[in-house]
Write a protein that binds this ligand. Sequence first.
Ligand SMILES: [Zn+2]
Length: 76
Amino acid sequence: MFNLTHSKLVRLAEAEGYAEVADFLEDHALDSVVPAICMAPDCDHTAELEPDQRDGCCEACGRPSMKSGLVIAGMI
Ligand SMILES: [Zn+2]
């Protein structure tokens, strides 16, 4: 089951200029690098990472908490 309402996913889609999370996922579903966001509560750093990234190092807060939008959505 996809999760399109996760607050970090909504924030990531908005940061990428999408009003709808579904449109964001559709555009990036087959890309080799996709937008990712830091999952730490006090950090919203975004970066382009591998689609299956789930513990990438955040360049802003230094924690291994970068997740790709596709992972947050449950597509991977
Ligand atoms: Zn961070």
